[in-house]
Design a protein around this ligand. Sequence first.
Ligand code: ADP
Ligand code: MG
Length: 479
Amino acid sequence: MPLKSLSPELTSLWDQALQHLESTLDPASVDAWLRGVRLLGLQKDLAVVAAPSKLHADVIRQRFLKPVADSLGVPSVSIEVHELAPAPHSLDELVAEISPPAASSPQNAALRHSNVLQKHLNPTSLNGAGSDSTPLVLKPDYNFEQFVVGPCNRFAHAACRGVADRPAQNFNPLFLHGSVGLGKTHLMQAVCHHLLDKTPDLKIVFLSCEEFINHFISALQHGDVENFRFRYRKADVLIIDDIQMLANKARTQEEFFHTFNTLHNLHKQIVLSSDAPPEDIPHLQERLVSRFKWGLVAEIEPPCFETRVAILHSKAERIGLVLPDNVSKFIAENVGNNVRELEGSLTRIQAMATLTNRPIDLGLAHEIMGPDLRARNRPIHMDHILKVITSHYGVKLAELQSKRRTQSVVFPRQVAMFLARHLTSLSLEEVGGYFGGKDHSTVLYSVEKIGARRRVDSEFTAVLGELERAVKTESNCHG
Ligand code: ADP
Ligand code: MG
C-alpha cells in the first residue's frame, strides 16, 4: 500500500539536498540509494526521510547518514521505510490526502497511511490518541497475515485474534507480556488493523504508555484534564503499549485506574502490553495489578529454532529474497531470540548481496554474521560462572551444588542459574545438572525470580552487570 508523498516545499528542499549530494558523492550511488528517498519532515535538529525499501534504509544508514544530514543542515536523520507514490502536485491534493476519506475498507487503510504523514507535517497535532481528531499511526505490515505463529506466541496470537474478532466479548483486558522484540507491538497493531477493516468508524485509541503519560502531564499543566478524560473514556477500544512505563508514576496510575474502570464498565475492550507480567511491574498499585489480571494474561516467549527459521523465510519472501535453507538455518542458529535482530541480519545479507552482486549463500552469511560469530566463538562455560559467583558471594562450590536451602546459598545459586541461562546456550535441564541435578522447573523459577528482581532493583541490576562482565573476562582470559 503506497504512502502518498509530501508537500512541494519538502520536495524542493530534498531536490536541493540531492544536488548537493551529487556533487559530493559518487552520482551512481546517489541514483541507486538516494534518488527514491522522500523528505517527510524537517525540524531544527532532525530530518525524517522515507526510504522506498528496507534495503535502501539499511544502506543509507550504513553509508550515507552523515552526507544526508549535512546536505539538509541537521545533526540527525531518522529513516523510515515507506512504499512511495509520486508526489502530489498542489497543496489541494495534499490536503485531500490527509483529510479523512469516507469509510470503506481500502480507503480506511489509506487514512491510516495518511495519518503517518500527518504526524510528520504537524507533529504537535498528534497526541497518539486515535479518534476523529487525532488519527491512528499504524505500520501497514504489522498485521495478522505477516505474523508468524509458533509455539512461543500461539496463545498470545490466538488471544489477539479473539479480541479482534469479538472485542470486549472474549477477554477484557487482554494483557500481553514478553521481552523486547518479540512481537507485542506488531500483534497490537494487527488488532487495530483487523478492527478497522471490519468497522472503519470504530473509535480505537492506540498509543504508547509514554504518550499517555505525557498527554496526562500536559493536560495537568494546561488545566485541561476534562478534555483528556473525555478523549480516553469515549474510546470503543483502548490499546496501550508498554504499560510497564506506569511504574512509579503514581498520579498517572490513579488517572489510568479511572479510565480503565470507566471503559471496562462500559464493556469496551482494553488491550495492554508490557515487558513483564502485571505483578512484576515495579511499584504498580495493587488494584491495577489485579485489574490487569481480570481478563487474560498471555505471554510471548522467545521463538524456538523452527519458528526463527519460519520467520526468516516469511520475511525473505516479502522482500523478494531467495533464502536457501542452509542460510536460514545458519542465521537462526546464530542470531539470538529477538525477532528484530533476525530481521536485521536478513537486511544486512540482502544489502551485502546487492552491493557486491553476489548470490546469497553460506559464505556470504558467514561474512555478514562474522562479528556476532566471533563474539560467540568465545564460549562461556559454566565453570566461568561458578568461579565468579563463588568468589563474589563467598560460597563454596559444594554448597551451590548441595541441597542447602539457606538464603546465603539459595540466592547465589539462583544468580548463577540466571547467568547460565543468559550467557550460555545450556538448556534448563543442563543448567540444573551443574547444581546437583536440580530439575528444570527449579532452574526456571530461579531465572524468573532473578529476572523479576532485576526489573525492580536498579542496584541489583548493576551488580548483575558487574557479574556478567566478570564472567566474560574470565572466559576471555582463561578460555
Ligand atoms: P515488541 O513490541 O515485543 O518489542 P515488535 O512488535 O516491535 O516487538 O517486533 C519487533 C519486530 O519483529 C517487528 O518488526 C515485528 O514485525 C517482528 N516480529 C516479531 N514477532 C514476529 C512474528 N512472530 N512474525 C513476524 N514478525 C515478527
Ligand atoms: Mg513494542
